[in-house]
Write a protein that binds this ligand. Sequence first.
Ligand SMILES: [Zn+2]
Length: 138
Amino acid sequence: MATEYLCKVCRGHLNVKTSIVLAATRANSSERGLIFLNPEIGNYTTTTHPSFSIKEGAEYVYTCPICHSQLNSAKYNHLVRIIMIDDKGKEYNIYFSGIAGQKCTYKIRGSKIETIQGPDAKLYDKYFEVPEEDRKYL
Ligand SMILES: [Zn+2]
């Protein structure tokens, strides 16, 4: 079983062939298009049609191309959430930045942090702070 990425709302499959496909709209603009993300965590390569260029530093609203639900987190400002199911069938929440150019990924299972990755991960790690009483077990 391969790693699968699902919409957090409709649980439709977002990974097609070698990419995760999402629809994106630049905040406060009419610029929108499809964006292909690399499913390998820590690889921040994105692909878009030449008519839709991603602007570094701009915030994007990501939507599911299947059900059109917004994937930006209501709980964590500037982060986007999708679901990952690994090759063993375990389910995780994957958070990444909705701000173009910010490289950070948070892989969370339940309330447990699995991995925090990327050179910009410090920006939002406060959202996932480990309770003081649990730190001694890490
Ligand atoms: Zn959906």
